[in-house]
Design a protein around this ligand. Structure first.
Ligand SMILES: Cc1ncc(COP(=O)(O)O)c(C=O)c1O
Length: 398
């Protein structure tokens, strides 16, 4: 049937059962112990609020100075962030955007004709489906497999590439989330080498989402894709996670790779950015302050994540039904529970019986049932009580 709307917006907009169950519980005034917190501004962190607010009232904001890549002072501050990681990102290689999502849309626009594909990891963050739909990009999936830690299943990547080629679909890029949400796994140096080889052999770019890069729980300093020179590489990040300031709407896109290709990509990206000029002046002028404040906020978040992990592990050690998967970084933990039904049904039952809200693995496209995700940035009191109730509930259901 002909409708007024484009096919790309023909989403299933029905509320899922999980959201219905949560809405019903809230309507009835039932308690909700939220183990899914992802908004850092509402979990009791101590921001230097006065400094942040003062940084937003520079007099220069009264003058409009349109810069397609963003104001130089802001890009210099972000280049300084990479200097700390021993990665030489020039301010000229950076383009500011209002969100990582917007940065994705710029890169998809740069690389893909309608119907072209991008390879994305699975399990991973569900927002990619919508971003791809909106840019008329087809997502193809490669698997991350768990065997004493998460690894890229390169066989699945080869199979996905071959399938696209058999269907005469052009694949333009491989995406990585580093560390991945929600598995908390970083891409390893040998995996980057293999990704470079595959991208070079198939004329593809690399797109790396590094929003959680700084939240590492391992001893080793994680690599950053911003220093990758072997293939055209787009590294995306932003202050929503780096400084836990999602409301400020500051993100960026760093372009790297072989010199000529990188220069060509940047010239084209500059036109895309110039078409929107989406950054506002006060926000850009505040970037140096907001980037600097990451030290204060990351310290608090790392303490929170480590304390919560220790509490979670202490409770898990007293039972056998639920295990935690290895986590190398990020804000989330993946738990394995007995797969007696769908993950969504499990999460709904836990909510209805105990008031504890967890996320079903199914939302992140896990290959099997039996996974739930909990947030490690939740306040320690809520996490302690929430995990206790969830584990009691699991025993009762066994
Ligand atoms: C892996 C990943 N990338 C990107 C984003 C979105 O970041 P932004 O707020 O900058 O669009 C999120 C948000 O949770 C995320 O988990």
């Amino acid at each position: 049937m002909r409708t007024l709307f484009a096919r790309r917006t023909a989403w299933n907009l029905a509320t899922n059962q999980y959201t219905q169950a949560l809405e019903a519980r809230r309507r009835e005034g039932g308690e909700v112990l939220d183990l899914t917190a992802s908004n850092p501004t509402t979990v009791g962190l101590q921001y230097r609020g006065d400094e942040l607010l003062a940084s937003l009232s520079h007099r220069e904001s009264l003058v409009y100075d349109p810069q397609p890549k963003g104001l130089l002072s802001a890009r210099q501050a972000i280049a300084g962030y990479y200097v700390e990681k021993e990665s030489a990102v020039s301010p000229d290689d950076l383009i500011l955007t209002t969100s990582t999502s917007e940065a994705y849309s710029f890169v998809f626009r740069l690389l893909c004709n309608p119907g072209d594909a991008v390879l994305v990891p699975s399990p991973s963050y569900p927002l990619f489906d919508f971003l791809a739909d909106l840019q008329d990009v087809k997502l193809a999936h490669y698997e991350l497999v768990y065997d004493h830690g998460w690894q890229i299943d390169f066989h699945s990547l080869d199979v996905a590439l071959k399938k696209l080629s058999d269907e005469s679909i052009v694949c333009r890029a491989v995406m990585v989330v580093h560390p991945n949400n929600p598995t908390g796994s970083y891409v390893k140096a040998h995996e980057l080498q293999e990704l470079n080889r595959i991208c070079a052999a198939n004329q593809m770019a690399l797109i790396a989402d590094e929003v959680f890069l700084d939240y590492s729980l391992t001893q080793q300093k994680p690599l950053t894709f911003s220093s990758n020179r072997f293939v055209l590489t787009f590294t995306l990040s932003g202050l929503s996670k780096v400084s836990a300031l999602p409301q400020m709407k500051v993100a960026w896109l760093a372009t790297g790779g072989p010199t000529a290709l990188k220069a060509d990509a940047l010239r084209r990206l500059e036109v895309i950015a110039d078409t929107f000029l989406s950054m506002n002046a006060p926000g850009q002028l505040a970037v140096p302050t907001m980037v600097e404040q990451r030290h204060n906020i990351q310290r608090q978040l790392m303490t929170r994540v480590r304390t919560n992990l220790a509490e979670l592990d202490a409770q898990l050690s007293l039972q056998k039904l639920c295990q935690r998967l290895a986590v190398e970084g990020g804000w989330y933990a993946v738990l394995h529970v007995p797969a007696t039904g769908s993950d969504e049904d499990f999460a709904i039952r836990v909510l209805q019986r105990t008031g504890v809200l967890v996320q079903p693995g199914h939302f992140y496209d896990f290959a099997a049932e039996g996974y739930v995700i909990i947030s490690l940035i939740t306040t320690c009191e809520v996490l302690t009580e929430g995990v206790k109730r969830m584990l009691h509930c699991l025993q009762a259901m066994a």
